[in-house]
Design a protein around this ligand. Sequence first.
Ligand SMILES: [Zn+2]
Length: 568
Amino acid sequence: MLFSNALIPTLKEIPADAEIVSHQLMLRAGMIRKLATGIYSYLPLAQRVLQKVKTIIREEMNRIGGQEVTLPAVQPSEIWEESGRWELYGKELLRFTDRHNRNFCLGPTHEEVITDLVRREVKSYRELPLTLYQIQTKFRDEIRPRFGIMRAREFVMKDAYSFDRDEAGAEESYRKMYQAYTRIFERCGLEFRAVEADTGSIGGSFSHEFMVLADSGEDVIVYCSSCGYGANLEKAEIKPPDAPSRNETLKKLERVSTPGKKTIEEVTGFLGVPPHDLIKTLIFETDQGPVAGLVRGDHEINEVKLKNLLNCEYLALADDGTVEKVTGSPRGFAGPVGLRIPIYADNSLRGCLNMVTGGNEQDTHCKNVNTPRDYTVIRFADIRTALEDDPCVRCGNQLRMRRGIEVGHIFKLGIKYSKSLHATYLDRDGKENFIVMGCYGIGVGRTVAAAIEQHHDKDGIVFPHTLAPYHVLILPIEINDDDLRNVAFRIYNQLGAEGVEVLLDDRDERPGIKFKDADLLGIPLRITVGRRTLAQGKVEVKYRTSGTVELVDCEKIGTHIKNHFSNC
Ligand SMILES: [Zn+2]
C-alpha cells in the first residue's frame, strides 16, 4: 500500500478527551474515529489489525472443532422472555419496537438465539457435542462508555457456545476452549493471566477471565506466585485465618457516646482504638429480606461473595430508610448487638475479642462486644475483598495483585439456558435430557486496545509482529529524488511479491513528519532509503521493538527481511 493512497489520518496532538494510552494512540494513528458516545468507526489500519486478531481466533476455534456461524444482531423479545433475561438484563439491553409494535433488542450476547437454534435442529445424542462460534458486532448500552474501543457500546466480539450430552462432555469442551484461548492470546503476543471469575449475570457454574496485564486495566487480578492460583478481585478467595489465641478476658459490654462519629476514621480516632478492633456492620437488602454483613474495620465487604454465600438472586446495600427500620438508628451507627436480622461475619472476625461496634442508636457505639455472648452469627465465611499479602486459599502464601484488562471470558453454563428454553436431546435409550452448555467470549476490538496498552513507548505503538497492520514500512527520505524513489519502489515490489505486507511512505512530506508517523504506527520494521547510505549501496533497517538499527545491502534486503520474519 502506498501511504499517499491510504486513509491513515494521523494526528500530532493528543486528543483531549482520550484518557488512556491505547485510546490516544488509536486516534493519533488514524485507526479509529468516534461517531457517537461509545460508537466508533474502524479505519483501514485498525481494520487490518482486527483482521489479524480474527484470523488467529478463527484458526484456533476451527482447530478445536468449532464451526463458524453468523447469528442475527436484531433479536425478538420472546426468546429473552423465555430465558427470563428480558426483565433481568436491565438498561444495557437496547430495546426497540418494529413497525408492528413487536419488541426487539440489539444483541448484547447470543445465548438465547443460539439455544433457540440448537433446540430446533439438534434432536439426538449423535449430533452432540457441538461447538458453534461467530465474530460479530454486539451492542451494550453501557452507562459510562469510555477509553475508546476499550469500553464501547458497540463492539466486535467473538462468541462461542458448546453443547454437550453431559457434565463430563461440557468440562472437556471447556478445557479445550481454555487451551484455545491460551493459544490465541499467546499468538497475539500478549502477557496475560487466566483467572477464576464470578459467573455474574450470564449465570452458570464455573468461569475464567483472560486478563492482559496492564497498569491502565480497570480490573484487579489477585494471584499467587507459589501455586499459580489466580482470580479477579471480586472472586479471590482468602484462606481462613487460624483463630487468634488471645488471652484477653471478656470485658463488660459498654455503651459509649460518639457524637457525630460515623466513619471508621472518626470512630477509631475518637475512641483511640486501631481499625482492626472495630467491626463494620453493613445492612443489605436481598430477595430473602434484610441481612447484616460484618467485617473488620480495616477490611471491605465483598458483595459478590456475600451474595454467593446467601445464594440469593438480588443483593444491594440497604437505603437509609431500611437501615433505620432495621437498626433503629440513622446510618453510621449500625451494630450486631440486638439486631434482629440474620448476621453473617467474615472469617477474620472469628475469635476477635472486645470489639467496638455501632450501638444501633444515634451517636452511640458499643465497646467490648463479643460473640456469642452479645450477638449471634449465623455463619462465619469468606465475605471480604482480598488484600495484597493475604494468604492464598490453596497454599497459604502471600497473594499479589496486578491490574488487568479482561479480553476473554469463558463460562461453564450447565443447563441454565437449555432448561429455560427447553433445549433437549434424546439419549441412546430414547430418554430426553437437557443439553449441557458453555459460552465463551473474546473482545476482538478490546484485544487490539489491550495489545496497545501493553506494547507502546513514548513515540507510539509497538505492535507485536502478529498483529501489526503491515510488516514493513519503507521510508524514502526524499520522494522527489529519483534514485531514492526508484530504490524504494524496487524494494516495495520485491517484498510485496514475496508476500510481505508493506507500506511505502511516498508522501511528499518533511522527513521529520514521516519518521514521527513511522514510530506512531508501530510497524515492526522500517527501511529508510536515504542519500548517504545509498551512496554505499545500503539502506537502513530499524526494528521498532528494540530500536536497533543496521545497514543492509540493497541487493540483500529481500533475503534479510525474509530471514528476519522466518525467525519471528
Ligand atoms: Zn498459592
